[in-house]
Design a protein around this ligand. Structure first.
Ligand code: GLY
Ligand code: MN
Ligand code: MN
Length: 460
């Protein structure tokens, strides 16, 4: 938790950006795994954390934009709770730590909101993503669960996005800590990637390092020799000599700021010639992404420039053909990279994705591109100092996608389908770093995890 002034200042700025009415930010509740008392690791809602700081379940924050009044709703623990959970600070004491002097028992939330609604006041809320909060908002506001998203406040969403997008220095320090844990996770994975090792053993070791770092993983680990499956959570295979292993993982530190890195590791310790050629192209695209990341540039333009680097490399290998700019304009590169170059990162690994990518990654100037591949880009808009983003190009050989494009002659002017036959068992390569947009350019956050092919081999 930061100093109380941080939360006071953030709420003040939020209040100034929302014209009138009541801002309601529910925190998260415990989420049962298999019965009520056996819960998943508690994860607070990130916007609640950002404005109200308190990291425990069943709280709601309210800001009256007209009077400036701020209230935290929650319940103190009963003696029975204390017997099982130990002594805890009172809600009042905790609220003071985030600069809120007024606290009410949770049951009063309904009454306070009913009073405001009866006076015709607008209740601003963010789109809920958890079942418990959908039910809560339905009960509090009388809006059908299926209509909550449509009734969420675009004014509030835009205000929250504008504040959370630009990271404060203290937030960047937390992200650096998460990157330091991520570094340990990935270097350990490289050292463990020996023939005969179970993928799950490496995954579990990485999770343990994240946990030992004070938090948890920032998303379920993606680790597989079938790296062509973009979000592969199957870790059941035994490592085989000569295959590539993709490890995409990051940590969340105790403050919940995230890291998100990908490295591609040659099982056994040496890239083959074929693997190295593809690897070098992805690394060149990663370098291009970083070199072009600067304030004022749009991330859509950076994405497309990295795509051109990949298309050029693939053309040099004989896998693509024709004019590179035309190939990228036509979306031909998306056969190999059907995802975007990167996304915002902060309290969420895909920062604020719950608020709607259209508001987080795009604006009136840069709209989403409705073309396979680039349509998956989560961040297109102009970059500003203080943005923390990922730079994660990849090349994948996805047999079913290749078969479809070949059969339907999709982008046949730009793809040498026959040459792809020998790559169908290749897997994929992705190289992902976390970068901070600075006043003059950008900076890789954390010590760079070995990325040059020789460095990866040396580390192994
Ligand atoms: N969570 C996977 C990624 O964005 O890298
Ligand atoms: Mn990742
Ligand atoms: Mn990522």
């Amino acid at each position: 938790m930061f100093e109380s002034e941080t939360y006071i200042s953030r709420r003040k700025k939020l209040n100034q950006k929302v014209s009138d009415g009541i801002i309601l930010l529910p925190g998260n509740t415990e989420s049962p795994m298999n019965y009520a008392d056996n819960t998943y690791y508690f994860r607070q809602d990130s916007s609640f954390l950002y404005f109200f700081g308190l990291d425990f379940p069943k709280l709601a924050g309210l800001i009256d934009t007209d009077s400036g009044e701020e209230i935290i709703f929650g319940d103190d623990l009963s003696l029975d709770d204390v017997i099982w959970m130990g002594p805890q600070k009172s809600l009042k004491e905790r609220a003071i730590e985030v600069g809120v002097s007024r606290t009410y028992a949770y049951k009063n939330l309904q009454r306070v909101l009913e009073e405001a609604i009866s006076k015709g006041r607008k209740i601003h809320f963010l789109p809920p993503y958890r079942g418990e909060n959908k039910i809560l908002l339905h009960e509090l506001l009388g809006i059908p669960v299926s209509k909550l998203k449509d009734n969420s406040s675009i004014e509030l969403i835009k205000a929250v996005v504008s504040l959370r997008s630009v990271k404060e220095a203290q937030e960047i320090e937390e992200i650096r800590k998460a990157c330091a844990v991520g570094y340990q996770m990935h270097v350990s994975a490289m050292k463990m990637a020996k023939v005969g090792v179970w993928e799950q053993t490496i995954t579990g070791t990485m999770e343990g390092i994240a946990s030992a770092g004070g938090g948890m993983i920032s998303f379920p680990i993606i680790l597989s020799q079938n790296g062509e499956t973009l979000h592969n959570h199957d870790h059941s295979q035994i490592l085989q000599d000569g295959r590539l292993l993709i490890a995409d993982a990051g940590a969340e530190v105790g403050s919940h700021y995230a890291s998100d890195f990908t490295r591609t590791i040659p099982v056994g310790g040496k890239f083959s010639q074929m693997q190295r050629e593809i690897y070098e192209i992805v690394l060149a695209a990663n370098n291009c992404g970083r070199e072009l990341t600067q304030p004022g540039s749009t991330y859509l333009s950076v994405h497309l420039a990295a795509a051109e680097v990949m298309a050029t490399g693939l053309k040099n290998l004989g896998l693509m053909k024709g004019n590179v700019k035309e190939a990228v304009a036509s979306g031909a590169h998306a056969l190999f990279m059907p995802h975007g170059l990167g996304h915002m990162m902060g309290l969420d690994v895909h920062d604020m994705e719950d608020l709607g990518q259209i508001y987080v990654g795009f604006d009136d100037e840069i709209r989403p591109v409705n073309q396979f591949g680039t349509a998956s880009l989560r961040l297109g808009r102009k970059l500003q100092p203080g943005f923390v983003i990922t730079n994660e190009p990849g090349i994948y050989f996805i047999p079913s996608l290749i078969a479809k494009w070949k059969a339907e002659k999709i982008n046949a002017d730009f793809i040498n389908f026959d040459r792809l036959e020998s790559y169908l068992n290749f897997g994929g390569v992705r190289i992902e770093d976390d970068i901070l947009v600075t006043e003059t350019g950008c900076e890789i956050l954390g010590e760079r995890i070995p990325a040059i092919a020789d460095e990866v081999e040396d580390t192994m």
